[in-house]
Design a binder for this molecule. Structure first.
Ligand SMILES: Nc1nc2c(ncn2[C@@H]2O[C@H](COP(=O)(O)OP(=O)(O)OP(=O)(O)O)[C@@H](O)[C@H]2O)c(=O)[nH]1
Ligand SMILES: [Zn+2]
Length: 402
């Protein structure tokens, strides 16, 4: 173990970094190449119509592992690292206090020939963009040590994953070498209900709820400790908050790696999952649950102007000025959408977390699919009626012509 003075500091959080060396990759292995021959033209493979994705790139994915205290984050991390994945994985542990991250990284190393690299980042200037610092530190490390294939970041149990996600949210223009792949939230099936239901003073939304709300994949762990009824209850609770994340039930976080890695949650829009969310019904009579945070899916037929899109982003993400009919302020944590914009023949994908967003024209609208604007929103005080009327105002104001 190298000395503890080499750490990355971001936002006063200490980020410890460990790199797992390449496993089972034979560097000399030839990578087969596809060659087009005259009589056998390469067919361009069509993307499955249900998954609309931005152009993929060679950047390195970052997955954020979050979950309440003791839910099983480290268990999941260790499980991933011991599986066959043929990836060179860097692990970042996000810790508050001194000392504990050292322990944790030792933990991660058990059973594997882990080597560790610690990196120091000058902590003096928090006024300049801390985001740049954290990402730069990782990029510098990749320069020094060779590129890794994947980055896993375990947050503390009390972390709000929102700001951490925005830390790793990289604008295409920044040409960063890394990108946010998704947020995985591990839940304790036995204590999840208690954690989610805990009330915080001043009406603040508690961390367990935020972690569930921001998840792209929810892992209901420790199912060995609950009976069917308890499992159903906690599943319902979680679904009421986040209706759009994928969900798996596990014991000791054992789950197929394909379900965890390369989720592309921030550069793809899964239309089938969207339809499923539309069909799922939220349960309204869960009296002990703070039901302010929930998921809403809306679709309005027609197109909007670019100005309409700007105004959507401004109102929902920056000014947070949309007020519900019962006088509450809508706060969006996460938003994604597929929009039809006038003058754009492609579907425009919208992705947002906190106040950050990105739009990108993706695939041509299929001829048989009517133009529409679909949105998924997760956040506080969101309800379908108010969101639908807000979106309808933006869409119906203009004729439905491309
Ligand atoms: N019974 C049972 N115990 C589990 C399961 N998964 C993890 N544990 C245990 O739960 C405890 C906490 O697991 P960790 O992986 O350390 O949880 P964590 O989320 O990383 O915890 P913190 O980092 O302290 O917030 C450990 O003792 C694990 O062995 C499970 O599926 N069933
Ligand atoms: Zn842990």
């Amino acid at each position: 173990m190298t000395s503890s003075d080499q750490l990355i500091y971001v936002n006063n959080h200490k980020l410890a970094l460990a790199i797992i060396p390449t496993m089972d990759i034979n560097e000399d292995d030839d990578i087969p190449m596809l060659v087009a021959s005259e009589e056998n033209e390469l067919e361009i493979e069509e993307e499955p119509p249900d998954l609309v994705c931005a152009e993929s790139s060679a950047r390195v994915p970052v997955t954020i592992l979050t979950g309440y205290l003791g839910a099983g984050k480290t268990t999941l991390l260790n499980y991933i690292l011991t599986q066959q994945h043929n990836k060179r994985i860097a692990v970042i542990l996000n810790e508050f206090g001194e000392g504990s991250s050292m322990e944790k990284s030792l933990n991660v190393g058990q059973g594997g020939d882990l080597f560790e690299e610690w990196l120091e980042l000058r902590n003096g200037c928090l006024c300049c963009s801390v985001k740049d610092n954290g990402v730069k530190a990782i990029e510098n490390l990749m320069k020094k040590r060779g590129k890794f294939d994947y980055i896993l970041l375990e947050t503390t149990g009390l972390a709000d994953p929102g700001p951490i996600a925005s830390l790793f949210w990289m604008d295409k223009q920044l040409e960063s070498e890394i990108y946010l792949d998704g947020i995985i939230t591990v839940l304790d099936s036995k204590y999840g209900e208690k954690n989610i239901s805990e009330k915080k003073p001043d009406g603040i939304i508690n961390e367990a709820v935020r972690q569930v709300a921001l998840a792209d994949l929810l892992i209901l762990n420790k199912i060995d400790l609950v009976d069917e009824h308890q499992l159903r209850t906690v599943t319902q609770l979680v679904r009421t908050i986040n209706g759009s994340a994928a969900m798996v039930q596990t014991q000791r976080c054992k789950v197929d790696l394909d379900r965890i890695l390369d989720l592309h949650a921030y550069d793809c829009f899964d239309i089938e999952a969207y339809e499923q969310t539309l069909r799922s019904r939220f349960i309204d009579d869960l009296p002990h649950l703070d039901q302010r945070v929930r998921t809403v899916t809306v679709e309005v037929e027609g197109s909007m102007t670019q100005e309409g899109l700007d105004s959507l982003v401004e109102t929902l993400l920056w000014e947070r000025s949309l007020i519900t009919s019962s006088g509450e302020n809508i706060k969006v944590y996460r938003m994604k959408g597929i929009l039809s914009i006038i003058g754009e023949c492609r579907r425009v994908m919208l992705q947002a977390v906190q106040e950050l967003y990105e739009t990108e024209p993706v695939h041509i609208w299929p001829e048989h699919v009517p133009r529409s604007c679909k949105l998924v929103l997760i956040g506080e005080n969101i309800n379908e009626t108010d969101i639908r009327s807000f979106l309808s105002n933006l869409v119906s104001a203009v004729p439905n012509v491309p």
